[in-house]
Design a binder for this molecule. Sequence first.
Ligand code: BGC
Ligand code: BGC
Length: 835
Amino acid sequence: MNAGSAMYSFLKMQLIRRDRRNLCRSAVALIAGIGLAACSPSDKAEQRAQDYLAKMTLEEKVGQVIQGDISTVTPEDAKAYNLGSVLNGGNSAPGGGKTASWQQWVDAADAYWRASTDTTDGGLGIPLLWGTDAVHGHNNLQMAVIFPHNSALGAAADPELMQAIGSVTAREVKATALDWVFAPTLAVAQDDRWGRAYESYSEDPKLVSDLGEAILRGLQGTPGSASFLDPQHVIATAKHFVGDGGTQYGIDKGDAVGTLNDIMETHAFPYEAAIENEVQTVMASFSSVNGVKMHGAKDLLTGTLRDEMGFNGFVIGDWNGHAEIPGCSPVDCPDALLAGVDMYMAPDSWKGLYENLLLQVKEGRVPMQRLDEAVLRILTVKIRAGLFEAGLPSQRPGVQRATLGAPAHREVARNAVRKSLVLLKNDNATLPFDPKKHIAIIGAGANSMSQQTGGWTLSWQGNDNANAEFETGQTILEGLSEKIEAAGGKVSFAETAAQLTGNPELIIYVFGEKPYAEFVGDMSDVMFEFADGPALAELNALKKRGVPIVSVFLTGRPLWINSHINQSDAFVIGWLPGTEAGGIADVLAAQPNGEIAHDFTGRLSFSWPSDGRGTPIDKNSKARVQFPFGYGLTYANAVTPMASLSEAAGVEKPGTQLDGVLMARGAARAPFSFFLGDSSNWRTPADAFLAESLAKSISSRGVDHKAQEDARQLNWRGSERAVASIQSQRHVDFTNLGDASNLNLTLHLRVDEPADAPLFLAMGCGDNCGGKIDIANRLAAMGNGWQDVTVPLTCFTPQGLNLAAVKAPVILETEGAWTISVTDIEITKGKNDCR
Ligand code: BGC
Ligand code: BGC
């Protein structure tokens, strides 16, 4: 995880920074009589900001610290509420659709600008700042170049390339007249089960730091030089501070647990270099550190980030991230501002939040001084970025349609693809292949812009994009075909092995993960698929052809694929390469004269597991590592054929052993696990009996049924909606247990403390899938002591429960202060009506 050297430099950098600030302070002290000391040029910006601040009304100040999403903020709203900022979230673009034209983006920028700078109402007319993710290129635009996701860039490990990517991204964002990006992500992902692992460059803090620093220089320009925040550059955001990549079990929005020192050394480390390079904004994380939600963590947001690390820009919250703080809601949360969030990201909640915050300042619950401080920071950044002089967006230099997807930009992305590919296996010099031959390209992934670009592309999840929706780029198939056809070879493409006709001399099989973003990508293990999975079936079928097979695996993170590697002669990790997938053909194909065109240079920036369990491994792991950090073959060194890899996954396919027992003696039965949840995190693992949800709204402990601690008591505090559940990350087929009309969910339980509130029992099959009923009356009708509560599945199936794909067979949910104890839960047989 964190080498001693990382710790050393983290501490050392802190010391240097502290020295510098002390120097600055003593200078201030020395010349105090002759006015303000200029310790850095940005102090001038701060002085100007002070002048504006002095003239602002309370309403203007409150508006300045709030950001809404363009899907719910009209330019008139921005003006009426003096909003300091808008964003377009993953699913929003001007006009609502993901295919907004360049003109629509620029028109929208003009409209918000005009509204914010209009002074006819007597206001100051402070220009509004528009933020967009741009996490791998200007990713909400179909005309933009989409770069490989960060896990790929970690494998390329090339700071110069990173800087080039940063400056191309900045130019494309500026071409649409926007000024701010929510990138780079500086997460140091420690657990590949995390759905955002692909947004992380590496498991190694030093590498994340180096690459983050380089892309930052590309985005913002080099501090101290004329390029810094000039019209070609954007304001960047280091996110998500802090510990986003260190949550337990890789749960998104989860909890990083450990000594503060360890957490800081790993996860705060890359922020040092970002602050050195004058990153202008830092985004607070949705996640918690030792149970404290980051949006409310004053020690870390103010104490560490500002006072110790010297950050002097502003802190932006994440998407209603303030609502994660216990006691807060999207529209009401003074706590976040008080803790150190300077601007709320309140996409749909901005209006209510504005009204509440205004009141809270008036009533003195939020000190004016803290509001002033936040406003001052925001204005200072706007001034540094030249916003007050920039003028109408559409009229600015660099605002041009032709910049988007420019050939030179595409070349940078293609180069990034070439450099990020990692070669894991190359028996019998299968690669590079001779492009003059007849090559079969197999797999739907070979011709899918959506699969190769992944999440955060055109839409939030990126899973709904047709090839025709991309105006720039090439699929893997297109890139390969171009190369092969130019050399006089022949291409046969088929989505499946069964559709392949003819007699190719080589097969290239492209497969991998389907797009996802954030928590949607969380997994409970790192199994790409089980032994009966579709990709393995394809590989087995292709193998029968008796020609060499090259596999290209598209993935955001290390997943267990030993069996797939065994079935392939050559194996390449293609990551999520983005729109310029021609870079894959550049490396895989030899030149027509047989010489190597581009060798492999990519090296794993994440340790690759030898089993599918998913419990974290890293550089220092002695076991469970198949390919270590830094691994990657070249054409020259891949000489010895690879021995067959172990096919023991260490994870059993869920449902294979299903006998209807879901919980026995208080413990969940595999493949299910026990979870407690509340608004802070709906799925906190709670295998141990003594456990609590993140906002402490529900807790559990061991109690005695027939033996010592063979039952689990659930105690709802009654403070908010909270749930206890039994879940599997994967869908489990219940149909082999029988027909739903003849099955029941039976809980052996005892009511310890009833409440005057509904208690829902639910069965779930994924997002918006499942059914629930209130069992409060059934429980009230029961006497004291241990009893069976039997609910027929026909109570759930009409509401949409799909028995073939159950994820959460038991969910108990209430807002009331119930206490119940449960020992066994089973699917039982017998015909009952749902009453
Ligand atoms: C993500 C951020 C992102 C923001 C705006 C959040 O859900 O966590 O990384 O910048 O949305 O799209
Ligand atoms: C938005 C994303 C945001 C996410 C938060 C989505 O609807 O489009 O930008 O990150 O919600 O969960």
